[in-house]
Design a binder for this molecule. Sequence first.
Ligand code: 2IT
Length: 448
Amino acid sequence: MNTYIERVLQETKDKNPNEKEFLQAVEEVFTSLEKVIEAHPEYEEHAILERLIEPDRVIEFRVVWEDDQGKAHVNRGYRIQHNSAVGPYKGGLRFHPTVNLSILKFLAFEQTFKNSLTTLPIGGAKGGSDFDPHGKSDKEIMRFCQSFMSELYRHIGKDIDVPAGDIGVGGREIGYLFGQYKRIRNGFENGVLTGKDLLYGGSLLRPEATGYGALYYIEEVFQHHNESIKGKTFALSGYGNVAWGAIKKIVELGGKPVTISGHNGYVYDPEGITSEEKINYLLEMRSSKDANIKMYADKFNCEFHENEKPWSIKADVCIPCATQNEVDLEDAKKIVENGTKYYFEAANMPTTKEALDYLLKNKVIVGPGKAVNAGGVAVSALEMSQNSMRYAWTKEEVDEKLHQIMKSIVESSIEASNKYGYDFDLIKGANIAGFEKVATIMMKLGLY
Ligand code: 2IT
């Protein structure tokens, strides 16, 4: 390993001893950069890597809200503004009990490289809260969002930092957050958030964008392998926005999705989650107050495997769509044993390091999250463009742009991988391409 990279990885550990996920993400990106760093000694001189492990700004705040019984609760709110070399900070807000500084720092770090890959002018950020939306009433969600925004508003703006949704934050939450922002600012600055409803400035296709984008990415990779989506079976985890969009596009392209999963197990539907009724039921399930994946198995009369993950099901392609580190070594062994050749991360860092090493050692083609799922934030950036033009593109126009962006992400990853002598390495390629743009701009902007 290159001594500069080694030194900064050690520094990352020393400075962040308790931030496991952040360390994991930094290690994955930096170990891809060995040859880039050798070719660019000026990066060490300008401390580019040291600057990338220190977010521009970490904001932490108290969020007080009242439940329906009138009792007060306190949660912790965060916004990590990681890097704004490429454009205003951009990234989602996550409301989930597992949210902590390490998770958000890793997500913000990943977001910087992902956003750089999209070809659009957006920097990287992430935020959220350890608030658990599960089982909360609509009014409780509203009061939480209003309180959260009462602090966040001072740190964001359409040219400063533009949050969006992530786990636990969808169209409803974005609505309440925007309502509060609008009230505080006394102005209709809707470019400050993305993932908005169409009626007040959202973009067509934003809900589908992450899933559709993932499939456009897979299609492009398949072209290089003379493969097609038609007739292939897909195992997916999750049942939220990302899995829903991916399933819709898989079906449209003639593939067969057979699994979805939730926190308490997975559903195996050997007939395929292919009908409009089944796909729409995913939305219905998600919006129900006590959402539970078993509802799908009961309704469509198929297998529910309690407290298990879907990776023992034989499929041509696996797409984890749920959350970080959901696929461990044991899962990776099952995937290899099943003869699965393709594995595309639609969630952010869903694979543990051991599992990833095992998949790669066994010649599974892996598409990394920051590239595969970049369609979501890409359409968010298109939403920002439409807001600033005060004009909306048609669904076809957004779809065409998304398609082009995903193709260019695959092509620039392959190009970067080849440039530094790697053989079709989509992980190293994405990390290198994402990094090179950020580093080049940072060099031009001088020390800060
Ligand atoms: O992980 C992600 O890229 C997102 N949650 C979407 C971020 C965005 O700004 O649309």
